[in-house]
Design a protein around this ligand. Structure first.
Ligand SMILES: N[C@@H](CCC(=O)N[C@@H](CS)C(=O)NCC(=O)O)C(=O)O
Length: 205
């Protein structure tokens, strides 16, 4: 019998969005549980390291968005058999997560001056560093992060980018990062993803 999947996160895209993409891609049903602010203190005590997302697979609890996405990636046929290629994709997803952390830090900064500083850092330092290097990797590999074949790392990247664009307030890839934009477009053109995106709740970021 297929396991029962329960994804616990909040009512935004964040690091859970790639997981939702992967479920959609594989046509796997799952319960998308959005924790309300009022319930968070209690839920926090019950989850590993006090963080979300977690994915319950029957009675087992998986945490860390990259590990969860890799697990689902294998399940839906988006993980290469070759261990070295698989590790390269882990590195991509972890790098995408690192970039997301920089944007998250800027987005939630309350101090005006510090926020301006972080914005400048993002524009002048972190976008060229992360997106620039990721763009080069794709250019050398072919169409996707893994070469010619779509992988879970592509879905991880696009899910996180959608959340990042929600925070940033505008599109980021089209003008300066054409290879990354191609991945973004291809992933959104996958019928199951297209259907998921057009039916999902209104997530701000
Ligand atoms: N590296 C973790 C990050 C998890 C994380 O930081 N989750 C945040 C939401 S994006 C969280 O649970 N924040 C609530 C809190 O720390 O109180 C992952 O990728 O899953």
């Amino acid at each position: 019998m297929a396991p029962v999947y329960k994804l616990k996160f909040f009512n935004f895209m964040g690091v859970a969005e790639p997981i939702r993409y992967l479920f959609a891609f594989g046509g796997i049903s799952y319960k998308n549980i959005e924790i309300e602010d009022a319930d968070w203190p209690d839920v926090q005590k019950s989850v590993p390291f006090g963080k979300l997302p977690v994915l319950e697979v029957d009675k087992k609890v998986l945490y860390q968005s990259v590990a969860i996405s890799r697990y689902l990636g294998k399940l839906v046929g988006l993980l290469p058999n070759d261990d070295l290629e698989a590790a390269e994709l882990d590195a991509i997803a972890l790098t995408v997560f690192d970039f997301g952390t920089k944007v998250h830090e800027w987005y939630h900064e309350q101090d005006k001056e510090k926020k301006l500083y972080l914005q400048k850092e993002l524009e002048e330092r972190w976008c060229p560093r992360y997106l620039g290097d990721l763009e080069e990797i794709v250019k050398q590999k072919g169409t996707y992060f893994g070469g010619q074949k779509l992988s879970w790392a592509d879905l991880y990247f696009v899910g996180i980018m959608e959340s990042i664009e929600g925070m940033w307030g505008s599109k980021i890839l089209e003008k300066q990062y054409p290879s990354l934009f191609t991945i973004y477009k291809h992933v959104h053109e996958i019928p199951a993803i297209e259907t998921y995106v057009s039916n999902r709740p209104h997530y701000k970021y």
